[in-house]
Write a protein that binds this ligand. Structure first.
Ligand code: T6T
Length: 316
């Protein structure tokens, strides 16, 4: 069995991110509903899920809204429910708005695994797989405090309230600053609606209001892209330090260019792969793990070239 499994994994790796969704013929059918299509975190997650699905002989489809928006994600969930897969992996875009559609999925007998984000209803999701985002936010706070010499004003740029992951990162960040960095002043969070140019505008306005701003924590990819470009355009590189969550190609470039000093990289590919494993276990009525934490790693200019770090950077 060991030899067969290894061979299957090699074959799966060779298929990289190709779809395993053709001709289901008796296979277990799973759909992954991303938080947003075409975004590096969720595309890397899809890659991990596809590889695992190929290795397990599962039929996997991937869908996602064009924006990280519950009003766009809900109709996708409804149509997935109508297509009656055996299981669904989903990153819900809002802790409340997605409860009703996911209850429909449950009533239809579809096993649901929450990947990355969650909803405010513990009865939803046979398994929940994500980074420990509170801890990740605290890690970001420690890294930013170090960069600013443990003193000065810090601002957080997030997406929208009601997104479980980024809310948890803000919580962890705030708790850590308050608990261990008395000379760092947390001046609050502002929301960009996950829009790059909105994140830029917020940082520009913050620089005008607080010219002595010392640091910025950007809680996800688009927040970091926008915040970083505002700092760059304002000529604040090196003066205002930044830590970002996630490690897409734009963030890695920002790190190389000195726009951002540290990234907290998640393991979206692992989240996707583990999601498929849990979904298959649920469908087969095998043991399911209700909660699976995945790792987060701090990436800096100093460790960027290490092979173990290169391996975890998100795919373009
Ligand atoms: O940070 C990830 C994800 O964990 C979060 O839930 C939403 O934003 C990202 O997809 C990155 O943009």
């Amino acid at each position: 069995i060991g030899v067969l499994t290894a061979a299957a994994l090699v074959a799966a790796a060779a298929t990289a991110c190709s779809d395993s969704g053709s001709g289901s013929g008796g296979k277990i059918r799973i759909t992954l509903v991303q938080g947003m299509a075409g975004e590096e975190f969720y595309e890397t997650m899809a890659c991990g899920a596809k590889r695992q699905a190929a290795a397990m002989g599962v039929d996997l489809k991937v869908q996602g809204p064009q924006k990280f928006d519950p009003t766009l994600q809900t109709p996708i969930v409804n149509s997935v429910v109508a297509s009656k897969p055996d299981a669904m992996l989903i990153a819900p875009t809002d802790t409340k708005a997605l409860i009703a559609p996911l209850k429909q999925a449950k009533s239809a007998g579809i096993k649901t695994v929450l990947v990355d984000t969650v909803v405010d209803d513990p009865s939803i999701g046979v398994s929940r797989i994500s980074t420990d985002n509170v801890k990740g936010g605290a890690t970001a706070a420690t890294a930013l405090a170090k960069q600013i010499g443990d003193k000065g004003k810090v601002l957080v740029i997030s997406t929208d309230p009601g997104v479980s992951t980024v809310d948890a990162r803000i919580k962890g960040f705030e708790q850590e600053i308050k608990a261990s960095h008395p000379n760092v002043k947390y001046i609050g969070v502002q929301y960009s609606h996950n829009d790059v140019s909105e994140a830029s505008k917020i940082v520009n306005a913050a620089l005008a209001k607080d010219p002595d701003l010392a640091g910025v924590f950007a809680t996800n990819l688009n927040s970091a892209t926008g915040a970083g470009s505002a700092l760059q355009q304002a000529g604040k590189l090196g003066k205002v330090k930044m830590v970002g969550f996630d490690a897409g190609p734009a963030q890695v470039k920002q790190l190389q260019d000195g726009v951002v000093q540290a990234l907290v990289a998640q393991l979206p590919g692992d989240i996707g792969a583990k999601g498929v494993q849990q979904a298959v276990a649920a469908v087969k009525k095998e043991t399911v793990t209700p909660s699976i934490p995945t790792d987060a790693t701090v990436v800096t200019k100093d460790n960027l070239s290490q092979p173990d770090i290169q391996k975890i950077l998100y795919k373009a």
